[in-house]
Design a protein around this ligand. Structure first.
Ligand SMILES: *Cc1c(COP(=O)(O)O)cnc(C)c1O
Length: 408
Protein backbone atom coordinates (compact mmCIF):
# COMPACT_ATOMS: atom_id res chain seq x y z
CA UNK A 1 0.00 0.00 0.00
CA UNK A 2 1.22 3.52 -0.74
CA UNK A 3 -0.15 6.57 1.00
CA UNK A 4 -0.12 8.66 -2.18
CA UNK A 5 0.68 8.09 -5.82
CA UNK A 6 3.67 9.42 -7.67
CA UNK A 7 1.59 11.01 -10.39
CA UNK A 8 3.46 12.26 -13.44
CA UNK A 9 1.63 14.95 -15.36
CA UNK A 10 3.22 14.11 -18.71
CA UNK A 11 4.23 10.99 -20.53
CA UNK A 12 7.31 8.81 -19.90
CA UNK A 13 10.52 10.76 -19.45
CA UNK A 14 8.82 13.98 -18.43
CA UNK A 15 9.61 15.03 -14.89
CA UNK A 16 7.25 17.14 -12.72
CA UNK A 17 8.51 20.50 -11.46
CA UNK A 18 9.78 21.24 -7.96
CA UNK A 19 6.50 22.54 -6.54
CA UNK A 20 4.56 19.59 -7.93
CA UNK A 21 7.12 17.12 -6.60
CA UNK A 22 6.95 18.73 -3.15
CA UNK A 23 3.20 18.05 -3.13
CA UNK A 24 2.79 14.70 -4.88
CA UNK A 25 5.06 12.40 -2.92
CA UNK A 26 4.59 8.68 -2.67
CA UNK A 27 4.13 7.26 0.82
CA UNK A 28 6.17 4.34 2.14
CA UNK A 29 5.63 0.89 0.69
CA UNK A 30 4.14 -1.23 3.47
CA UNK A 31 6.08 -4.45 2.98
CA UNK A 32 5.36 -5.76 6.46
CA UNK A 33 2.11 -6.45 8.25
CA UNK A 34 -0.22 -3.89 9.87
CA UNK A 35 1.26 -1.30 12.21
CA UNK A 36 0.29 -2.13 15.82
CA UNK A 37 -0.51 1.49 16.54
CA UNK A 38 -3.08 2.97 14.15
CA UNK A 39 -1.64 5.48 11.68
CA UNK A 40 -2.58 9.10 12.21
CA UNK A 41 -4.42 10.18 9.06
CA UNK A 42 -3.53 13.84 9.42
CA UNK A 43 -5.41 14.75 6.27
CA UNK A 44 -8.24 17.25 6.04
CA UNK A 45 -9.62 15.72 2.84
CA UNK A 46 -9.63 12.46 0.86
CA UNK A 47 -9.38 12.04 -2.91
CA UNK A 48 -11.76 9.94 -5.04
CA UNK A 49 -11.56 8.45 -8.49
CA UNK A 50 -15.36 8.47 -8.97
CA UNK A 51 -17.38 11.67 -8.50
CA UNK A 52 -20.41 9.61 -7.40
CA UNK A 53 -18.44 8.11 -4.54
CA UNK A 54 -17.43 11.60 -3.49
CA UNK A 55 -21.02 12.88 -3.29
CA UNK A 56 -22.25 9.73 -1.57
CA UNK A 57 -19.48 10.00 1.03
CA UNK A 58 -20.63 13.51 1.95
CA UNK A 59 -24.12 12.23 2.70
CA UNK A 60 -23.31 8.99 4.52
CA UNK A 61 -20.59 8.72 7.17
CA UNK A 62 -20.43 4.94 6.72
CA UNK A 63 -19.79 5.06 2.96
CA UNK A 64 -16.29 6.51 2.68
CA UNK A 65 -14.04 9.18 4.16
CA UNK A 66 -14.46 12.52 2.38
CA UNK A 67 -13.47 15.33 4.71
CA UNK A 68 -12.15 15.18 8.28
CA UNK A 69 -14.88 17.40 9.72
CA UNK A 70 -17.27 14.65 8.57
CA UNK A 71 -15.20 11.62 9.55
CA UNK A 72 -11.56 10.54 9.67
CA UNK A 73 -10.01 7.03 9.69
CA UNK A 74 -7.96 7.61 12.87
CA UNK A 75 -10.94 9.13 14.65
CA UNK A 76 -13.04 6.20 13.41
CA UNK A 77 -10.76 3.76 15.27
CA UNK A 78 -11.51 5.65 18.50
CA UNK A 79 -15.23 5.67 17.62
CA UNK A 80 -15.30 1.91 17.02
CA UNK A 81 -13.47 1.26 20.27
CA UNK A 82 -15.88 3.41 22.30
CA UNK A 83 -18.98 1.91 20.61
CA UNK A 84 -17.65 -1.53 21.37
CA UNK A 85 -16.80 -0.78 25.01
CA UNK A 86 -20.08 1.05 25.74
CA UNK A 87 -22.19 -1.51 23.87
CA UNK A 88 -23.59 1.00 21.37
CA UNK A 89 -24.32 0.87 17.65
CA UNK A 90 -22.29 3.96 16.70
CA UNK A 91 -20.12 6.69 18.16
CA UNK A 92 -19.24 10.26 17.25
CA UNK A 93 -15.92 11.50 18.62
CA UNK A 94 -15.90 15.25 19.23
CA UNK A 95 -13.35 17.98 19.84
CA UNK A 96 -14.28 18.24 23.54
CA UNK A 97 -16.80 16.99 26.05
CA UNK A 98 -18.69 20.27 25.62
CA UNK A 99 -18.82 19.73 21.83
CA UNK A 100 -20.54 16.42 22.62
CA UNK A 101 -22.95 18.19 25.02
CA UNK A 102 -23.83 20.95 22.55
CA UNK A 103 -24.12 18.53 19.61
CA UNK A 104 -26.57 16.22 21.34
CA UNK A 105 -28.69 18.97 22.89
CA UNK A 106 -28.93 20.86 19.58
CA UNK A 107 -29.91 17.59 17.90
CA UNK A 108 -32.65 16.71 20.37
CA UNK A 109 -34.18 20.10 21.27
CA UNK A 110 -36.17 22.78 19.47
CA UNK A 111 -37.70 25.90 20.96
CA UNK A 112 -40.76 25.04 23.03
CA UNK A 113 -39.39 21.61 24.00
CA UNK A 114 -38.58 20.76 27.58
CA UNK A 115 -35.41 19.16 28.96
CA UNK A 116 -35.07 17.82 32.49
CA UNK A 117 -31.53 17.73 33.88
CA UNK A 118 -30.03 16.55 37.14
CA UNK A 119 -29.36 19.63 39.24
CA UNK A 120 -25.94 18.36 40.30
CA UNK A 121 -24.30 18.72 36.94
CA UNK A 122 -21.00 19.56 35.27
CA UNK A 123 -20.81 23.38 35.28
CA UNK A 124 -20.42 23.73 31.51
CA UNK A 125 -23.47 21.55 30.85
CA UNK A 126 -25.45 23.58 33.38
CA UNK A 127 -24.47 26.84 31.62
CA UNK A 128 -25.19 25.50 28.14
CA UNK A 129 -28.65 24.33 29.23
CA UNK A 130 -29.30 27.71 30.85
CA UNK A 131 -28.34 29.48 27.63
CA UNK A 132 -30.77 27.27 25.67
CA UNK A 133 -33.48 28.47 28.03
CA UNK A 134 -32.49 32.13 27.83
CA UNK A 135 -31.79 32.40 24.11
CA UNK A 136 -33.59 29.59 22.29
CA UNK A 137 -36.84 29.23 24.18
CA UNK A 138 -36.17 25.74 25.52
CA UNK A 139 -37.95 24.95 28.80
CA UNK A 140 -35.14 23.80 31.11
CA UNK A 141 -35.84 22.14 34.47
CA UNK A 142 -33.23 21.04 37.02
CA UNK A 143 -34.30 18.29 39.45
CA UNK A 144 -32.81 16.25 42.25
CA UNK A 145 -32.07 13.05 40.30
CA UNK A 146 -31.97 10.99 43.52
CA UNK A 147 -35.65 11.86 44.05
CA UNK A 148 -37.45 9.55 41.60
CA UNK A 149 -40.87 11.11 42.28
CA UNK A 150 -39.50 14.59 41.55
CA UNK A 151 -38.07 13.36 38.24
CA UNK A 152 -41.38 11.73 37.36
CA UNK A 153 -43.31 14.95 38.10
CA UNK A 154 -40.86 16.95 35.97
CA UNK A 155 -41.38 14.76 32.87
CA UNK A 156 -44.27 16.62 31.24
CA UNK A 157 -45.73 15.93 27.78
CA UNK A 158 -43.37 18.41 26.17
CA UNK A 159 -40.26 16.79 27.68
CA UNK A 160 -37.88 15.46 25.03
CA UNK A 161 -34.72 14.76 27.04
CA UNK A 162 -33.71 13.51 30.46
CA UNK A 163 -30.04 14.39 31.06
CA UNK A 164 -28.23 12.72 33.96
CA UNK A 165 -24.68 11.80 35.02
CA UNK A 166 -23.72 8.26 36.13
CA UNK A 167 -21.66 9.71 38.97
CA UNK A 168 -22.30 13.34 39.85
CA UNK A 169 -19.50 15.53 41.01
CA UNK A 170 -18.44 16.71 43.62
CA UNK A 171 -20.75 14.80 46.00
CA UNK A 172 -19.89 11.62 44.03
CA UNK A 173 -23.56 10.69 44.00
CA UNK A 174 -24.47 7.63 41.92
CA UNK A 175 -27.60 7.97 39.77
CA UNK A 176 -30.20 5.20 39.59
CA UNK A 177 -29.84 4.70 35.84
CA UNK A 178 -32.13 1.66 35.39
CA UNK A 179 -35.06 3.25 37.25
CA UNK A 180 -34.74 6.69 35.62
CA UNK A 181 -34.15 5.29 32.13
CA UNK A 182 -37.22 3.04 32.37
CA UNK A 183 -39.31 5.97 33.61
CA UNK A 184 -38.17 8.30 30.81
CA UNK A 185 -38.46 5.68 28.08
CA UNK A 186 -42.02 4.82 29.13
CA UNK A 187 -42.86 8.45 28.28
CA UNK A 188 -40.91 8.57 25.02
CA UNK A 189 -38.22 10.79 26.54
CA UNK A 190 -34.64 10.34 25.25
CA UNK A 191 -32.16 9.51 28.01
CA UNK A 192 -28.69 11.06 27.76
CA UNK A 193 -26.14 9.90 30.35
CA UNK A 194 -22.83 11.66 30.95
CA UNK A 195 -20.63 8.68 31.88
CA UNK A 196 -17.37 10.64 32.19
CA UNK A 197 -16.72 9.93 35.87
CA UNK A 198 -17.42 6.21 35.69
CA UNK A 199 -15.84 5.50 32.29
CA UNK A 200 -17.09 2.47 30.34
CA UNK A 201 -14.87 0.25 32.49
CA UNK A 202 -16.95 0.87 35.62
CA UNK A 203 -20.41 1.39 34.06
CA UNK A 204 -22.08 1.05 30.65
CA UNK A 205 -25.30 3.10 30.75
CA UNK A 206 -26.74 1.58 27.53
CA UNK A 207 -27.00 -1.72 29.45
CA UNK A 208 -29.22 0.17 31.90
CA UNK A 209 -31.49 1.74 29.27
CA UNK A 210 -29.68 4.94 28.16
CA UNK A 211 -30.20 6.13 24.57
CA UNK A 212 -27.02 8.20 24.39
CA UNK A 213 -23.83 8.02 26.44
CA UNK A 214 -21.66 11.11 26.61
CA UNK A 215 -17.99 11.40 27.56
CA UNK A 216 -15.48 14.05 28.19
CA UNK A 217 -12.64 11.99 26.69
CA UNK A 218 -10.35 14.61 28.24
CA UNK A 219 -10.79 12.80 31.57
CA UNK A 220 -10.38 9.04 32.20
CA UNK A 221 -10.42 7.87 28.58
CA UNK A 222 -7.53 10.12 27.54
CA UNK A 223 -6.19 9.72 31.05
CA UNK A 224 -2.88 11.59 30.75
CA UNK A 225 -3.86 15.29 30.94
CA UNK A 226 -2.61 15.86 27.40
CA UNK A 227 -5.69 15.96 25.20
CA UNK A 228 -9.14 17.55 25.03
CA UNK A 229 -11.87 15.38 23.51
CA UNK A 230 -15.39 14.14 23.79
CA UNK A 231 -17.66 11.40 22.50
CA UNK A 232 -21.29 10.42 22.03
CA UNK A 233 -22.19 6.73 21.91
CA UNK A 234 -25.63 5.76 20.60
CA UNK A 235 -27.93 2.82 21.30
CA UNK A 236 -29.66 3.52 17.99
CA UNK A 237 -28.29 4.11 14.47
CA UNK A 238 -30.99 6.61 13.41
CA UNK A 239 -30.31 8.96 16.30
CA UNK A 240 -26.59 8.66 15.50
CA UNK A 241 -27.26 9.87 11.93
CA UNK A 242 -29.29 12.83 13.20
CA UNK A 243 -26.55 13.81 15.64
CA UNK A 244 -23.87 13.36 12.97
CA UNK A 245 -25.70 15.88 10.77
CA UNK A 246 -25.67 18.39 13.64
CA UNK A 247 -22.03 17.69 14.43
CA UNK A 248 -20.73 18.28 10.91
CA UNK A 249 -22.57 21.62 10.74
CA UNK A 250 -21.77 22.79 14.27
CA UNK A 251 -18.19 21.73 13.53
CA UNK A 252 -17.25 19.93 16.73
CA UNK A 253 -15.04 17.30 15.08
CA UNK A 254 -11.75 16.31 16.70
CA UNK A 255 -8.32 16.63 15.19
CA UNK A 256 -6.95 13.18 14.18
CA UNK A 257 -3.93 13.53 16.47
CA UNK A 258 -6.22 14.27 19.43
CA UNK A 259 -8.24 11.17 18.57
CA UNK A 260 -5.00 9.16 18.41
CA UNK A 261 -3.93 10.38 21.86
CA UNK A 262 -7.36 9.49 23.26
CA UNK A 263 -7.07 6.03 21.76
CA UNK A 264 -3.63 5.59 23.24
CA UNK A 265 -5.06 6.47 26.65
CA UNK A 266 -8.02 4.16 26.22
CA UNK A 267 -5.70 1.13 25.87
CA UNK A 268 -4.86 1.27 29.60
CA UNK A 269 -8.26 2.41 30.91
CA UNK A 270 -8.99 -0.84 32.74
CA UNK A 271 -5.67 -0.83 34.61
CA UNK A 272 -5.99 2.83 35.52
CA UNK A 273 -9.59 2.56 36.74
CA UNK A 274 -8.65 -0.38 38.99
CA UNK A 275 -5.72 1.52 40.41
CA UNK A 276 -7.56 4.80 41.06
CA UNK A 277 -10.48 2.92 42.64
CA UNK A 278 -8.21 1.10 45.09
CA UNK A 279 -6.15 4.21 45.89
CA UNK A 280 -9.32 6.28 46.41
CA UNK A 281 -10.55 3.56 48.76
CA UNK A 282 -7.38 3.85 50.87
CA UNK A 283 -7.42 7.65 50.86
CA UNK A 284 -11.16 7.92 51.63
CA UNK A 285 -10.88 5.59 54.64
CA UNK A 286 -7.82 7.43 55.91
CA UNK A 287 -9.53 10.83 55.52
CA UNK A 288 -12.69 9.58 57.24
CA UNK A 289 -10.63 8.71 60.33
CA UNK A 290 -8.79 12.05 60.36
CA UNK A 291 -9.84 14.46 63.16
CA UNK A 292 -9.66 17.55 60.91
CA UNK A 293 -12.05 16.04 58.36
CA UNK A 294 -15.81 16.35 58.90
CA UNK A 295 -17.18 14.30 56.08
CA UNK A 296 -15.89 12.22 53.16
CA UNK A 297 -17.83 11.63 49.95
CA UNK A 298 -16.89 8.40 48.14
CA UNK A 299 -19.54 5.84 47.16
CA UNK A 300 -17.52 2.90 48.49
CA UNK A 301 -17.89 4.18 52.06
CA UNK A 302 -20.76 2.84 54.21
CA UNK A 303 -21.47 6.44 55.20
CA UNK A 304 -22.23 7.47 51.59
CA UNK A 305 -25.93 7.57 50.62
CA UNK A 306 -25.13 5.97 47.22
CA UNK A 307 -23.33 2.92 48.67
CA UNK A 308 -26.08 0.34 47.91
CA UNK A 309 -26.67 1.71 44.41
CA UNK A 310 -22.93 1.83 43.72
CA UNK A 311 -22.63 -1.87 44.63
CA UNK A 312 -25.20 -2.68 41.94
CA UNK A 313 -24.14 -0.27 39.18
CA UNK A 314 -20.36 -0.17 39.69
CA UNK A 315 -19.39 -3.77 40.45
CA UNK A 316 -15.74 -3.34 39.43
CA UNK A 317 -14.90 -0.32 41.57
CA UNK A 318 -16.16 3.05 42.72
CA UNK A 319 -13.79 5.27 40.78
CA UNK A 320 -11.09 7.76 41.59
CA UNK A 321 -13.07 10.85 42.53
CA UNK A 322 -13.71 11.73 46.16
CA UNK A 323 -14.51 14.88 48.08
CA UNK A 324 -14.27 15.96 51.67
CA UNK A 325 -15.36 18.74 53.99
CA UNK A 326 -12.79 20.00 56.44
CA UNK A 327 -13.80 20.63 60.02
CA UNK A 328 -14.15 24.26 61.11
CA UNK A 329 -13.51 27.23 58.90
CA UNK A 330 -15.13 27.05 55.46
CA UNK A 331 -11.98 28.60 53.96
CA UNK A 332 -9.91 25.68 55.25
CA UNK A 333 -10.86 23.60 52.22
CA UNK A 334 -9.61 26.21 49.81
CA UNK A 335 -6.39 26.67 51.78
CA UNK A 336 -5.82 22.90 51.78
CA UNK A 337 -5.71 22.87 47.97
CA UNK A 338 -2.75 25.27 48.10
CA UNK A 339 -0.80 23.22 50.64
CA UNK A 340 -0.52 19.80 49.01
CA UNK A 341 2.86 19.07 47.42
CA UNK A 342 2.25 16.02 45.21
CA UNK A 343 -1.39 16.69 44.49
CA UNK A 344 -1.63 19.65 42.15
CA UNK A 345 -4.21 22.42 42.29
CA UNK A 346 -5.78 22.20 38.87
CA UNK A 347 -9.11 21.80 37.16
CA UNK A 348 -10.00 18.59 35.27
CA UNK A 349 -9.84 15.02 36.54
CA UNK A 350 -9.07 11.49 35.47
CA UNK A 351 -5.37 11.98 34.67
CA UNK A 352 -2.32 10.13 35.93
CA UNK A 353 -1.52 12.81 38.51
CA UNK A 354 -3.63 13.50 41.61
CA UNK A 355 -5.45 16.83 41.42
CA UNK A 356 -7.22 18.80 44.12
CA UNK A 357 -9.72 21.57 43.56
CA UNK A 358 -12.27 23.70 45.27
CA UNK A 359 -15.51 23.14 43.29
CA UNK A 360 -17.33 26.24 44.51
CA UNK A 361 -14.68 28.49 42.94
CA UNK A 362 -13.67 26.30 39.98
CA UNK A 363 -15.62 23.47 38.28
CA UNK A 364 -18.99 24.57 39.65
CA UNK A 365 -18.37 28.34 39.69
CA UNK A 366 -21.22 28.85 37.17
CA UNK A 367 -23.68 27.73 39.84
CA UNK A 368 -24.87 30.45 42.18
CA UNK A 369 -24.99 30.05 45.97
CA UNK A 370 -28.54 28.73 45.87
CA UNK A 371 -27.83 26.18 43.12
CA UNK A 372 -24.71 25.02 45.00
CA UNK A 373 -26.65 24.55 48.22
CA UNK A 374 -29.47 22.71 46.41
CA UNK A 375 -26.91 20.34 44.89
CA UNK A 376 -25.33 19.69 48.31
CA UNK A 377 -22.01 21.32 47.41
CA UNK A 378 -20.43 23.01 50.40
CA UNK A 379 -18.48 26.21 49.73
CA UNK A 380 -15.47 24.72 51.54
CA UNK A 381 -15.58 21.28 49.95
CA UNK A 382 -12.35 19.86 48.48
CA UNK A 383 -12.55 17.56 45.48
CA UNK A 384 -9.81 15.04 44.76
CA UNK A 385 -9.12 13.25 41.50
CA UNK A 386 -6.91 10.39 42.64
CA UNK A 387 -4.05 9.64 40.26
CA UNK A 388 -1.68 6.73 39.81
CA UNK A 389 0.93 7.68 42.44
CA UNK A 390 1.72 5.30 45.31
CA UNK A 391 -1.23 5.65 47.71
CA UNK A 392 1.09 5.87 50.75
CA UNK A 393 2.69 8.96 49.22
CA UNK A 394 -0.70 10.58 48.68
CA UNK A 395 -1.67 9.90 52.29
CA UNK A 396 1.63 11.42 53.49
CA UNK A 397 1.01 14.48 51.30
CA UNK A 398 -2.55 14.94 52.57
CA UNK A 399 -1.36 14.44 56.13
CA UNK A 400 1.17 17.28 55.92
CA UNK A 401 -1.33 19.54 54.09
CA UNK A 402 -4.03 18.93 56.73
CA UNK A 403 -1.49 19.68 59.47
CA UNK A 404 -0.39 22.99 57.89
CA UNK A 405 -3.95 23.98 57.03
CA UNK A 406 -5.13 23.31 60.58
CA UNK A 407 -2.30 25.40 62.02
CA UNK A 408 -3.00 28.38 59.74
C1 LIG B 1 -14.98 17.87 31.92
C2 LIG B 1 -16.37 17.42 31.84
C3 LIG B 1 -17.20 17.78 30.75
C4 LIG B 1 -16.73 18.71 29.65
O1 LIG B 1 -15.69 18.14 28.94
P1 LIG B 1 -14.52 18.99 28.18
O2 LIG B 1 -13.71 17.92 27.57
O3 LIG B 1 -13.83 19.81 29.21
O4 LIG B 1 -15.21 19.85 27.18
C5 LIG B 1 -18.49 17.29 30.73
N1 LIG B 1 -18.95 16.49 31.71
C6 LIG B 1 -18.19 16.13 32.76
C7 LIG B 1 -18.76 15.25 33.82
C8 LIG B 1 -16.88 16.58 32.86
O5 LIG B 1 -16.14 16.23 33.92
Amino acid sequence: MTLDHNAQAGGPGRRNGFATRAIHVAGPEMLTADPLSPPIYQSSTFAFTQADDYSQALADPGYAYAYTRYRNPTTAVLESALSELEGGTDCIATASGMAAVSTILMTLLSSGDRIVLARELYGGTYSFARSMADRYGVDVAFVDSTDIDAVERALTDRTRVLYIETIANPTITVTDLPVLAALARSRGVTVVVDNTLASPYLCRPIEHGADVVLHSVTKYIGGHSDVIGGALVFADHDLYLRAWKTMILAGGSPDPFAAWLALRGLRTLALRMKRVSSSADALARWLEAHPRVDKVYWPGLDSHPSKALAERLLPLGYGGLLSFDMAGDRDAGRLFTEKTRLARLATSLGGIETLVSHPASTTHRQMDQEALAAAGIGVGMVRVSVGLEDPEDLIADFDQALAVTGAA
